[in-house]
Design a protein around this ligand. Structure first.
Ligand code: PGA
Length: 249
């Protein structure tokens, strides 16, 4: 299975010109890469960018209708989008995303034949209280409630919220060790095996997100055996991002 490197641009950059420039750089860096590279720009740039696999940062669960401001999986599919990030912690924090809405979105993504990237992870308080595993179990079970089949290309992104950068991945004070990430990834795999059987669980890609950058990607790949990254801040820095792609070959 190929490693998966996902650029999550969040609400950046602020012009189409910059989006095109960064995209072209990423494209150059991804040439000949053995990892699969996916770019998730803001919705408004999706139809402007061509030449790499595209993903969306969110979606709505209904196909169409009176839902002002929303974008459906059918629309995304029509544009050629292949991946959708679901349940990112920033959506849970700022936009009242709940386990229930995550579950509805996840089902809509699977129904549309798109590939979900389901985000799970604990915040600082939960980590301090020793509740990391409990939180992850809760988010996985609730997010996947009623989902019978994970499809052929399901990804779980483990993103400890306390390690997510505020834009500069080199400024984050504390990051999980590769050992810790490796343990959590195995835990996620074991939960999926409980729910869907070992064979199906083994088909799921489990990736890491949280200040991943050119300096730490290799460590996580080699010592935590992550199968890729969900990259925020460093995905807007073409050099950094290319080095992550290169490390994930
Ligand atoms: P970061 O963001 O790499 O800037 O920490 C990751 C994410 O939130 O997906």
């Amino acid at each position: 299975m190929k490693n998966l490197i996902v650029a999550n641009w969040k609400m950046n950059p602020i012009s189409k010109k910059e989006a095109e420039d960064i995209f072209e750089w990423i494209k150059k860096g991804a040439k000949g890469a053995s990892a699969e590279v996916v770019v998730c720009p803001p919705f408004v740039y999706l139809s402007e960018l061509e030449g790499l696999t595209l993903g969306a940062q969110d979606c709505f669960w209904e196909e169409k209708g009176t839902y002002t401001g929303e974008v459906s999986t059918v629309m995304l599919k029509d544009l050629g989008v292949k991946y959708v990030i679901i349940g990112h912690s920033e959506r849970r924090k700022y936009f009242e995303e709940t386990d229930e809405t995550v579950n509805k979105k996840l089902k809509a993504v699977l129904d549309a034949g798109l590939n979900p990237i389901l985000c799970v992870g604990e915040n600082a308080e939960q980590k301090e209280a020793g509740k990391t595993e409990e939180v992850i179990r809760g988010e996985l079970e609730a997010g996947l409630a009623g989902v019978v089949d994970l499809g052929e290309n399901f990804t779980v992104a483990y993103e400890p919220i306390w390690a997510i950068s505020s834009g500069d991945p080199y400024k984050t004070k504390e990051l999980p060790t590769a050992e810790k990430v490796g343990k959590i990834h195995s835990y996620i795999r074991s939960l999926l095996a409980e729910m869907y059987g070992q064979k199906n669980a083994d088909k799921v890609r489990i990736i890491y997100g949280g200040s991943s950058n050119a300096g730490n990607a290799k460590d996580y790949l080699e010592n935590a055996k992550v199968q890729g990254f969900l990259v925020g801040g460093a995905s807007l820095r073409p050099d950094d991002f290319s080095q992550i792609v290169e490390a994930a070959k």
